[in-house]
Design a protein around this ligand. Structure first.
Ligand SMILES: [Zn+2]
Length: 178
């Protein structure tokens, strides 16, 4: 059912690293534990954000209690995220475990705040959505990976999904099929 990326190499990803921001959807918390424990072991400051109070191992729970700066927030796409991201020092890395939608949203927000792709690790779950930009009416259509042709939701044009990706609008260009 779920598509999970290759297992992550925690040690490699943690060096060099000054601080970690970890965003985890509660149902994927168990997949992030290894990373969380390695972070604690290496004494790397971190903040954990999740949509629900997670159930964690004792080691993690005890450590979380010691860290005052640790925050739980209930939504990932509030304005606070941009403020949070904008105020991070160089060397901060982002780890995201969640639906592709959430991963992409947070990555985009981070890139807008000056993070580079090397600072961002996203483990996406579920079906991967992509956006297709209609060159006729500018509508962003949402679709799943494997389809080559779609009908624009807005102007009903048949669009050929190209390989031309624009990171500015996070979408593939959809050309008109004549
Ligand atoms: Zn259209």
């Amino acid at each position: 059912m779920y598509k999970v990326k290759d297992p992550i190499d925690v040690t490699h990803m943690l060096s060099p690293c000054q601080k970690i921001l970890l965003f985890v959807e509660e149902q994927y918390m168990s997949d992030s534990i290894e990373l969380l424990e390695a972070t604690i072991e290496q004494n790397i400051p971190f903040q954990l954000f999740t949509n629900k109070q997670p159930i964690l191992s004792h080691l993690v729970t005890n450590r979380l209690k010691e860290i005052e700066s640790n925050t739980y927030i209930t939504m990932f796409w509030k304005n606070e995220i941009n403020i949070l991201l904008a105020n991070q020092k160089i060397g901060t890395k982002l780890f995201i475990f969640g639906s592709w939608k959430m991963v992409n949203k947070l990555k985009r927000a981070a890139l807008n705040q000056g993070f580079t792709n090397e600072d961002l690790y996203g483990i996406g779950y579920g079906e991967k959505e992509k956006n297709v930009y209609c060159i006729k009416c500018s509508k962003l259509n949402h679709m799943y990976e494997q389809i080559n042709e779609i009908m624009c939701e807005q102007c009903q044009s048949t669009l050929n999904v190209s390989n031309h990706y624009s990171s500015r609008i996070d979408a593939y260009l959809g050309y008109l099929v004549i």
